[in-house]
Design a protein around this ligand. Structure first.
Ligand code: ZN
Ligand code: FE
Ligand code: FE
Ligand code: ZN
Length: 264
């Protein structure tokens, strides 16, 4: 069975449940492992409803490491983190990441300039927006994140579609270029099922983008982006089916930031 490498904890201020409850759910589903990837504090400001507080990071690390050491319910537990890419703060992010023994780091773009574009509270900014330009801006920022070398896995790679907004033109070339950028960086990409439960109603990435990753030989992880215990492993049958459809035969997990492949 695959692993769910993207689950949150109540520390981020917008999720609920204890880490033990997430692990129990993963064990009940028969997943081979679960990886916590709660939101790393931003380095330039505190956002109590978006990420854990800076002072909570050591407790998060200790709590998940203790769980991993016990291997409760016979399941592997990994210590990951989901880090926001904010241009100009790369060194501060690197310093924060270096202080803790993470198994892997998911890299996310949730902000374009100061706009939290995937946050329902700021959805009014889509009114009258040039969606084509927005998409290009998103992938441009995501490419910078990939090239920063800070992260192991690209989280929810086409998050720009969350509210069911798509550009008008053919995206194939953009996808192929982006997939090459990820391949050159030696990173993996996440197949994230949370999009099925957002207005877009699709897995991140969509099939065409996942095909581009496959063609570029970019490995994949699986993530539910669970913000509640019952969301762990949600719709993984669909994620595994999609991966198989585009030709994936294996998936990747990380220990101490070293990837290893497992068969699908
Ligand atoms: Zn979150
Ligand atoms: Fe995210
Ligand atoms: Fe997340
Ligand atoms: Zn996320």
């Amino acid at each position: 069975m695959v692993a769910d490498l993207h689950v949150h904890t109540s520390r981020c201020g917008h999720a609920r449940g204890t880490p033990e409850e997430y692990v129990r759910r993963a064990a009940d589903l028969g997943l081979s492992a679960i990886g916590f990837a709660d939101h790393l504090p931003l380095t330039d400001r505190e956002e109590p409803t978006l990420t854990m507080a800076t002072e909570d990071l050591p407790d998060y690390v200790e709590e998940i490491r203790a769980l991993a050491g016990r291997a409760p319910m016979g399941i592997r537990v990994y210590l990951g983190i989901e880090a926001d890419y904010i241009a100009g703060t790369e060194e501060a992010i690197a310093r924060m990441l270096a202080r803790h023994p993470f198994d892997y780091v998911l890299g996310s773009v949730h902000f374009l300039d100061d706009w939290a574009f995937d946050h329902p509270g700021y959805r009014d900014r889509y009114e009258g927006l040039d969606i084509d330009a927005f998409w290009l801006d998103y992938f441009d920022t995501l490419s910078q994140a990939v090239s920063s070398g800070l992260f192991d896995v690209v989280a929810h790679p086409d998050l720009a579609k969350k509210f069911d907004v798509f550009p008008t033109g053919d995206m194939r070339e953009l996808y192929e270029d982006f997939a090459q950028t990820v391949a050159r960086a030696g990173m993996a990409v996440e197949v994230n099922t949370a999009g099925l439960h957002k207005p877009v109603g699709e897995i991140y990435p969509g099939k065409e983008l996942l095909e581009a990753f496959r063609a570029a030989r970019v490995p994949i992880t699986f993530g539910s982006d669970a913000h509640a215990p019952e969301e762990v492993g949600r719709d993984f049958d669909r994620a595994v089916a999609l991966a198989g459809e585009v030709g994936y035969r294996d998936w990747v997990r990380y220990e101490g930031r070293v990837p290893s492949l497992a068969p699908l």
